[in-house]
Design a protein around this ligand. Structure first.
Ligand code: SF4
Ligand code: SF4
Length: 374
């Protein structure tokens, strides 16, 4: 077994009981059907034969539609093929509506990280329903000792509510992440919901300002990305480094893709039953094509952009959704090129002016851990 690590997005089903309007499946289809156990077993076995560390992110559709027994089988299979010293991590991304006691006990006992998709006070009924059920899910999870994280989508209707959303999730002590909406779902069907880049940047700066002077601040992933770059010279998200050869996605039919985001059929890497090892997947002609175009883009970035050392050319999928894998994503580039100098200037001045005992506690934590950049 090689000393390698991989993150896999397992979408055991594309079916969903909520069907939010801003989900990319809203356009690409909510296919019923569950990844058959023989295919799941092949996937788990091949991963554990080859990798020393495997992070399984259970995604969908709504993965809890598969029922608790399905997850018990998955963990049994992981334990069957696990070798001594191997690291296995499980995380589940759910809309929370099916999160019952049986699931919660299982997730707690098997140390699953649970993240619930919810926009809190930024929820918009036109885009997602069952808000009450999702709030109940948060409460149930907190009482059951499973501290959930929250994942929110930022769109044109809630862009200006990010401070409110931060305060809402903070009161429950939750880790949170705010992701801007991306195509093709809203991009082609509801372009009016896609955040306009300049307004999005302005809203992000307003959130940063508020967060910076919050004396009881907690981690907010969106801000942590920038702080990580400021203090350590590198982002934390997959989009700040190359995910090539270290991420893979599988859908309910057992078809493999470069990751869990929306990829068209031209990026399908075949079916798990076609393979006897994972190395072969990365030799698929569609992967080679992805690789070639991605390298072309990264070379251009390296030759022309001063932020290449932290950005590395951005996320392949964002570029594909923007229309060209060989060119940087305009949204990603514009936001990064505006936010990095802004965060640097703001932080330099904040650190110069603020006494140690008055520091935002998250910033104090970064300083304690030591700054890796000049
Ligand atoms: S394609 Fe983008 S979202 Fe997918 S793993 Fe790579 S960087 Fe992350
Ligand atoms: S900011 Fe844009 S141009 Fe610069 S490296 Fe990233 S994707 Fe390339």
């Amino acid at each position: 077994m090689d000393n390698k690590q991989i993150t896999v997005i397992v979408k055991p089903t594309s079916a969903c009981n909520l069907r939010c309007r801003y989900c990319y499946h809203a356009e690409t289809g909510y296919e019923d059907g569950i990844l058959p156990v023989d295919k799941l077993e092949r996937f788990i076995r091949l991963l554990l034969e080859e990798y020393n560390s495997v992070v399984f992110i259970w995604h969908g559709g709504e993965p809890l539609l598969c029922g608790p027994e399905y997850f018990k089988t998955a963990v049994e299979l992981q334990n069957r093929y696990r070798k001594e010293g191997q690291r296995i991590v499980n995380a589940v991304q759910t809309n929370g509506t099916l999160l019952n006691d049986e699931f919660l006990t299982f997730f707690r006992e098997n140390r699953f990280s649970v993240s619930i998709s919810f926009d809190g006070p930024g929820s918009c009924n036109a885009l997602r329903g069952e808000t009450g059920k999702t709030v109940d899910a948060f409460m149930k999870a907190i009482h059951a000792g499973v501290k959930p994280a929250s994942l929110s989508v930022i769109h044109s209707l809630n862009m200006d509510k990010q401070v409110e959303m931060y305060r809402f999730f903070k009161q429950y002590g939750l880790n949170m992440k705010f992701n801007p909406a991306f195509g093709p779902s809203m991009g082609s069907k509801r372009p009016d919901y896609i955040p306009d880049t300049d307004s999005y940047i302005a809203s992000l700066k307003a959130l940063f300002e508020y967060w910076l002077y919050d004396k009881t601040a907690v981690h907010l992933d969106t801000i942590d990305q920038y702080l990580s770059i400021y203090f350590r010279g590198r982002g934390r998200d997959c989009s700040y480094g190359s995910c090539l050869y270290s991420w893979l996605g599988i859908d309910g039919k057992g078809d493999l893709y470069p990751c869990g985001r929306y990829y068209g059929p031209e990026f399908c890497l075949g079916n798990i039953m076609d393979y006897t090892n994972i190395r072969q997947v990365f030799l698929h002609k569609n992967y080679t094509e992805l690789l070639k175009k991605s390298i072309l883009r990264r070379n251009q970035c390296q030759n022309s952009c001063k932020y290449y050392s932290v950005c590395h050319g951005g996320c392949n999928n964002s570029c594909i959704l923007d229309g060209d894998l060989e060119k940087p994503s305009v949204f990603h580039c514009t936001v990064l090129k505006e936010m990095l100098p802004y965060v640097k200037k703001t932080m330099d001045s904040y650190l110069k002016r603020t006494k140690k005992e008055q520091l935002n506690p998250v910033i104090a934590g970064y300083l304690k851990a030591g700054r890796k950049t000049p």
